[in-house]
Design a protein around this ligand. Structure first.
Ligand SMILES: Cc1cc2nc3c(=O)[nH]c(=O)nc-3n(C[C@H](O)[C@H](O)[C@H](O)COP(=O)(O)OP(=O)(O)OC[C@H]3O[C@@H](n4cnc5c(N)ncnc54)[C@H](O)[C@@H]3O)c2cc1C
Length: 154
């Protein structure tokens, strides 16, 4: 199953469900492409000289061209103190749902949206999230969040 990470941004506001953003990988990928999943698709070693990759099961796959697209993951521990109060929609469905709970019951004054270090998947997402958060909190409290005295999103 493929989960479209772009949908994470909308989960905290109840705009998408996990079903909305999940699709079978087999349906997304052309039948002309041979795909290998699970341990047989997990690359452990790349041998550029021999144009070969070794997967977790020990099997070798040879290739003419190698395109590496392993994505990026959040290294929360690399920023001191970040893990003490780390709430995010960026990393997983689970984290986006945790944030949803926090956003729904938020009754404090300031929210800081911080991008610790580039690269992140989708640099536009924090800005998009800030706009939706402002609209969401304003709708929950029936008045613009930013204009309420002493409150705001930074
Ligand atoms: C919150 C959020 C919002 C976003 N919003 C948008 C948007 O609005 N519009 C948009 O276009 N994009 C958006 N994106 C970005 C988009 O989802 C990403 O650009 C895209 O998922 C990145 O694709 P990728 O293939 O580079 O990496 P990924 O989707 O992370 O895929 C990498 C894959 O590599 C696999 N992998 C890693 N290591 C290995 C290994 N050793 N062997 C085999 N496989 C391995 C991983 O399991 C994973 O399946 C958003 C992303 C996030 C997180």
């Amino acid at each position: 199953m493929n989960i479209n990470q772009g949908g994470f941004t909308f989960i905290p506001f109840g705009l998408y469900t996990p079903e909305d953003i999940s699709r079978s990988r087999k349906k997304l990928i052309s039948p002309r492409v041979k795909c290998v999943f699970r341990e047989d698709g997990e690359i452990e070693r790349v041998d550029l000289a021999n144009r070969e990759v070794t997967v977790k099961t020990g099997r070798n796959y040879s290739c003419d061209y190698l395109v590496i697209a392993t994505g990026c993951i959040a290294d929360v521990g690399s920023v001191q103190g970040l893990s003490d109060d780390f709430n995010t929609f960026h990393t997983s469905l689970e984290d986006a749902f945790k944030l949803r709970k926090l956003v729904r019951t938020f009754d404090k004054e300031h929210i800081v949206i911080s991008v610790a270090q580039m690269p992140i998947p989708c640099p536009g997402a924090p800005g998009k999230f800030a706009v939706m958060l402002d609209a969401y909190l304003s709708s929950l409290h029936f008045q613009p969040f930013q204009s309420r005295e002493g409150k705001g999103i930074l």
